[in-house]
Design a protein around this ligand. Structure first.
Ligand SMILES: [Zn+2]
Length: 258
């Protein structure tokens, strides 16, 4: 699943194409959007800004209209030069915004909607999101407040994946952050101190910011998908096991993560 850094990278690539400009063409090839009339509703409107909060991306237009997307497990954004090959089949494209020889394309689901700025402000799902891990100023107080309101018996790694606690961390950064902070992702949340929880955030922020700038391929995982390989810190083979309701595989070192 694309995490906050991947979404921020996509936003950074689409900004020069869209921000401050009126798209030349807007297409919604997916049949489910055929009746939504996005091309006519957005016709002639300029893009005011492209921003992100965790895994959510917003393209804000003049006239208080906002395209909101969440890629879930399957979606992707791409920015391509006109005529160059897309990263996925054209049949999977849900939205294409064209301008100045570039195409900004959203592929697959599950969430792509056109809403008003007012609805965005009052959307319960969005209001429930925790602080954005990639925000310039991370809201430490809100993060710790949400964490302390959560079930103290819940495994810490699982609590980190909960977007109501912190927005933007997914399976990769959960594993990497727990490793950096030397915390066992299975430890109960109630047994993790505020300082330890913050150490995870402080460890992943610069690495996620690098990935947001250079692209997700720049990530060099220490434990994620490295089961059986030696821990870079202590040499113990990396372990893996499914965690949480969604049974997402977590990776950790039993030698140095407590
Ligand atoms: Zn280790």
């Amino acid at each position: 699943m694309p995490e906050g850094d991947t979404i921020a990278y996509a936003a950074a690539r689409m900004r020069p194409v869209l921000e401050g400009h009126v798209p030349e063409e807007i297409r919604t090839p997916q049949p489910r959007h055929a009746l939504d009339r996005w091309p006519s509703r957005l016709s002639g409107l300029g893009v005011v800004g492209v921003d992100t909060h965790g895994k959510h991306l917003f393209i804000r237009f003049d006239g208080d209209l906002v395209i909101h997307s969440h890629l879930g497990m399957s979606g992707a954004w791409g920015v391509y030069g006109l005529g160059s090959r897309w990263g996925r089949s054209a049949r999977r494209a849900w939205l294409v915004l064209s301008r100045a020889g570039h195409e900004v394309v959203e592929f697959d689901g599950p969430l792509l909607e056109l809403i008003t700025e007012g609805r965005r402000r009052f959307d319960q799902r969005l209001a429930a999101l925790g602080p954005d891990v990639l925000a310039v100023e991370f809201d430490r107080e809100l993060f710790l407040r949400r964490l302390r309101a959560d079930d103290p018996t819940r495994p810490f790694g699982d609590a980190l994946l909960d977007q109501r606690n912190v927005a933007g961390i997914g399976n990769i950064w959960k594993a990497e952050g727990c490793w950096e902070a030397e915390i066992d992702p299975w430890r109960a949340l109630g047994k993790v101190t505020d300082e330890e929880a913050m150490a995870v955030i402080e460890a992943v922020r610069p690495r996620m910011a690098l990935s947001a700038r250079e692209g997700p391929r720049s990530i060099q995982p220490r434990v994620y998908r490295r089961v059986g390989r030696p821990c870079p810190r202590c040499g113990t083979p990396i372990a893996s096991r499914g965690q949480g309701d969604a049974n997402r595989t977590t990776y950790w070192c039993q030698g140095c993560q407590r």
